[in-house]
Design a protein around this ligand. Structure first.
Ligand code: NOJ
Length: 756
């Protein structure tokens, strides 16, 4: 996809930001094998393949029964999205949201591959990730950090790349939680009601990209949708996933998200997890499913379809040949062998390249051998009680590397900011003082005589089964925890060179200090996993220029987002307008916008060229994984030159935003539809080509129940963020030069050609 040909001061490199980069497996061949295997199975073997053995009764978070007649193993399903949960010596990768902040396809894929390799090495068949939902309807949503971004396009690309990486390594990915499970509060009773267009253009989009990428399995969520539980919802599982999106793998429940025997089977559920009685009630499948089949309440053909889907996914990922035996066992607390390999390198790269530089006055960063540094805040040091002392990371003590819940993993170690800064500072002869406390008075006294003060603050969230400092999964508010704002202000009263480092699950309100002149820099360090300190020092000292971009908006007040956690019922009243789409619509200026991030260099954008002449109208063609085949045809290309015009080697993320014509009324003013990440030396330039698929230029025509490419002129904008648009006309939606017309396409092809 990317071909870098370094050339000083000239534009010779051509890169193509393209899609359709999923896992390269063969579903047809897998189905042929699955059909042959199915014929050898007894009824009870079939039931065993679709039913979990029960919580605590198998080695994994979820385990099914083996079918000896076909050499099919007891399938082992284990959390989670940032690394293998409850294993002894794995890599605790940066969280999904940090991978999203890199905007780097290659890194997303490598992170996925690393997770997949460790999954396979432990003999685990299915890793319960990545996360496409929650998407991020609510900034306070407790589990947003497990996913990649609240923009469906960015989340879709990240899911695609992660799934491809996981499955290339041999493990099965399980994209979750399907769907409209946007908050932790009331998650098991919540009823979500959304209009069809919003569903398709926002919440279903990343799941559709996951299906396109060849994901093996999908986890249905706890909540209800239109009054019916997601795991017994025909519209969600059968109509949308299997018919409209052509999903060939299997749907499994979230843990105890099943509520019926025949109903769930007949509406499209393929596997139940973990297979235990719920709330003292029923085990819905296992022997009950067998009885339902015998009684004709569930057709044998439906049971066969479930089994075929599960077996096909197993063959599709080639787990039938030489897959390792399961090496973990939760019943005996056996965490398995060390499977880290050299993955710390990729963990560090993701942690580093996801760091977003928000403010950098007087070029205070990178640090230039200051005489003295004061390090302030409890987030600068490892949790003094032990880095894994809180169950499932359910506390915010010591440096914050991930949120809490089933999406957490055991840290093998943590590279702490205080340690790594101190080690590095010694080389320059810099004196370091440390106040590992969040108390303002202590911070002030430590900072007052230092040349530079680095203040660490946090915000945490997680899954509802743990409440931390009053946050029951979802955050209660969007402020920094532990009086972080007061700490920064106190330090800024006594020190002129304050650098704020934020480890956080999502946006926090920065208004209390962002404009203070003594707060010279703000580094958004996200959720970096085990490599926290190393990644931070790479950027603080300029060994690498920061290159992360915000995967969400940082607003000035919580109400600017226009959405807030709901009780019992979520009606998605804001429709398509979440995050930057909402702020644009309501003409609200954010503090830092979606896609924003500074660098140690500057970039020049030039020569926008648009070509392609897509025909307007509805999608056509047979259903392929992801939807109608025409949706994935490249119908237009936008090319732009980006040059590093400063003096540091650095990476930039040019972003393509599309405005739809009036014939698609109600569409957000601009929506992300392309990006790429380019590493450029000073003076070096590159041509980026964004390939637009028919789907990228279509809206969901709800009455017609189809994607449709509207007639008229599109706005085409390329920039360094969603508000820092570098190439467009003022009247961008009618500008001839920068507009893409669905009826009159330009045929100008840039001289440099590209490749997929
Ligand atoms: C419930 C969570 O919602 C899900 O993400 C996880 O995979 C299962 N528990 C299993 O731990």
């Amino acid at each position: 996809m990317r071909r870098l040909i370094p050339k000083f001061l000239t534009v010779l490199t051509v890169t193509t930001a393209c899609s359709a980069q999923g896992f390269d497996g063969d579903w047809d061949a897998a189905y042929t094998k699955a059909t042959t295997a199915l014929a050898k199975l007894s009824l009870s073997e079939k039931i065993g393949i679709v039913s979990g053995v029960g919580w605590g009764k198998g080695p994994c978070s979820g385990t099914t029964s083996a079918a000896r007649s076909i050499n099919y193993p007891a399938l082992c399903l284990q959390d989670g999205p940032l690394g293998v949960r409850s294993a002894a010596s794995i890599t605790a990768f940066p969280a999904g949201i940090q991978a999203g902040a890199t905007w780097d396809r290659a890194l997303m894929r490598e992170r996925g591959r690393g997770i997949g390799e460790e999954t396979r090495a432990l003999g685990i068949h299915v890793i319960l990730g990545p996360v496409a939902g929650p998407l991020g309807q609510f900034a306070q949503g407790g589990r947003n950090w497990e996913g990649f971004s609240n923009d469906p396009y960015l989340s879709g690309v990240a899911n695609e790349q992660t799934i491809a990486g996981i499955q290339e390594a041999g493990a099965q990915a399980c994209v979750k939680h399907y769907i409209l499970n946007e908050q932790e509060r009331d998650r098991e009773t919540m009823n979500s009601v959304v209009d069809d267009r919003t569903l398709h253009e926002l919440y279903l989009w990343p799941f559709a990209e996951a299906v396109r990428a060849g994901v093996a399995s999908i986890m249905c969520s706890y909540n209800r949708v239109d009054g019916t539980y997601a795991c017994e919802n025909r519209r969600l599982m059968e109509d949308l996933l299997k018919n409209e999106l052509g999903f060939k793998g299997y749907v499994l429940t979230d843990w105890n998200a099943q509520h019926s025997t025949a109903e769930s089977a007949n509406t499209g559920l393929d596997m139940t997890m973990p297979g235990s009685a719920q709330n003292g009630g029923n085990v819905f499948w296992g022997s009950r499913l067998q009885s339902a089949v015998s009684a004709g309440q569930v057709q044998m053909s439906r049971l066969d379809d479930m089994v075929k889907r599960i077996l096909a996914a197993w063959y599709f990922t080639k787990q039938d040949v030489g897959y390792p035996d399961t090496k973990i066992d939760r019943r005996t607390n056996n965490g398995g062998p060390n499977v880290q390999g050299s993955h710390s390198t990729i963990a560090r790269a993701v942690a580093r390249d996801g760091i977003v530089l928000l403010k950098n006055t007087d070029g205070i960063l990178p640090l230039k051998s200051p005489k003295s540094i004061a390090i302030i805040g409890s987030d600068a040091v490892p949790n003094p009680r032990g880095i894994n002392s809180c169950q499932d990371m359910g506390c915010n003590q010591g440096t914050l590397t991930m949120g809490w819940g089933s999406g957490s993993a055991t840290l093998p170690y943590v590279s702490s900011p205080a340690d790594t800064i101190t080690t590095r500072a010694k080389k320059d002869g810099t004196t370091v003082t440390l106040s590992a406390s969040d108390t303002a008075s202590q911070g002030r006294s430590t900072a007052q005589n230092a040349e530079v003060a680095i203040v660490f603050i946090t915000a945490d969230s997680g899954e509802a089964y743990i409440t931390v400092e009053g946050h029951a999964g979802d955050r209660k508010d969007l402020f920094a925890w532990h009086n972080g704002e007061a700490l920064v202000k106190a330090v800024a009263e006594v020190n002129k060179n304050v650098i704020v480092v934020v480890h956080t699950v999502g946006p926090i309100i920065l208004e209390g200090f962002a404009d203070l002149s003594n707060v010279k820099a703000i580094l958004w360090a996200g959720l970096p996993g085990q490599e926290a300190g190393n990644a931070l020092v790479d950027v603080l000292y300029g060994d690498y220029s920061p290159s992360g971009k915000l995967p969400y908006t940082i607003a000035k007040t919580a109400s600017d987002y226009g959405t807030t956690i709901q009780g019992y019922s979520d009606n998605f009243r804001e429709g398509l307008f979440i995050d930057y789409r909402a702020l644009e619509k309501n003409r609200i200026t954010p503090r830092y916008e979606f896609g924003y991030g500074l660098s140690y260099t500057t970039f020049n954008y030039s020569s926008l060229v648009i070509y392609g002449s897509p025909s307007s109208g509805a999608e056509t063609g047979p259903t392929v994984p992801g939807g109608a085949s025409s949706l994935f045809e490249v119908v237009a290309t936008v090319a732009v030159n980006v040059t590093n015009s400063g003096s540091a080697t650095a990476a930039e993320v040019p972003q393509l935003y599309i405005g739809f014509p009036d014939s698609a009324p109600g569409t957000p003013a601009r929506q992300l539809r392309g990006f790429d990440k380019l590493s450029l030396q000073p003076g070096e330039g590159a041509t980026v080509r964004f390939e637009l698929r028919r789907k990228d230029l279509s809206f969901w025509d709800a009455p017609a129940k189809k994607w449709s490419l509207p007639k008229g002129t599109f706005g085409v904008e390329v920039g360094a963020s969603s508000r820092d648009i570098r190439l467009t006309e003022i009247q961008h939606f009618v500008a001839v030069r920068n507009a893409l017309s669905s009826s009159i396409g330009s045929s100008a092809i840039p001289s440099k050609t590209s490749h997929r």
